[in-house]
Design a protein around this ligand. Structure first.
Ligand SMILES: O=C(O)CCC(=O)C(=O)O
Ligand SMILES: [Fe+2]
Length: 150
């Protein structure tokens, strides 16, 4: 397989400086990640929270470990998460995100729809357009997947 033309990798660094009023600020608003697989490392500070059973749960950083997230394009439940800030120290997270090429239209696989005899639940959209949609401020705390539901 020609990996260069069949996938797209992002490298992201998030820097969250100390915040005097963390209860009034948000490091990164709620979202689920685009792409297939996201591998994240962070310094030894809490900040990442996942939405679980209707509430935000803080993820304790484990030394020498990565957090692996499933992205929206895996068609498996991607998790809604956010990053909060703190009063005392700078938090850093570094991640790579792996997805299809930007111009690739991602849509439910016709073979699976046919086998299940079901209409598609999502409209087809290029990976690039999906990322642009995900970066808008109009998601209102919801996963971008809700924007491509039919
Ligand atoms: O800083 C974090 O732990 C989360 C970063 C994140 O969710 C992202 O960049 O998509
Ligand atoms: Fe994320």
């Amino acid at each position: 397989m020609d990996l260069e033309s069949n996938c797209h990798q992002f490298f992201v660094i998030n820097l969250y400086p100390p915040c005097p009023q963390p209860e009034l600020a948000m490091g990164l608003p709620p979202h689920s990640d685009h792409g297939l697989l996201i591998i994240l490392m962070q310094n030894d500070l809490q900040g990442l929270q996942v939405h679980h059973n209707g509430r935000w749960v803080s993820i304790n950083p484990l030394p020498d470990s990565f957090i692996v997230n499933i992205g929206d394009h895996m068609e498996y439940k991607s998790v809604l998460h956010r990053a909060v800030v703190n009063r005392k120290a700078t938090r850093l997270s570094i991640l790579t995100s792996h997805g299809p090429p930007p111009d690739k239209v991602v849509a439910p696989a016709p073979e699976l729809l046919h086998r299940e005899n079901r209409p598609p639940a999502y409209r087809g959209i290029t990976y690039k357009e999906y990322i642009e949609l995900q970066q808008t401020n109009s998601l209102d705390g919801k996963s971008c997947l809700t924007r491509v539901l039919i």
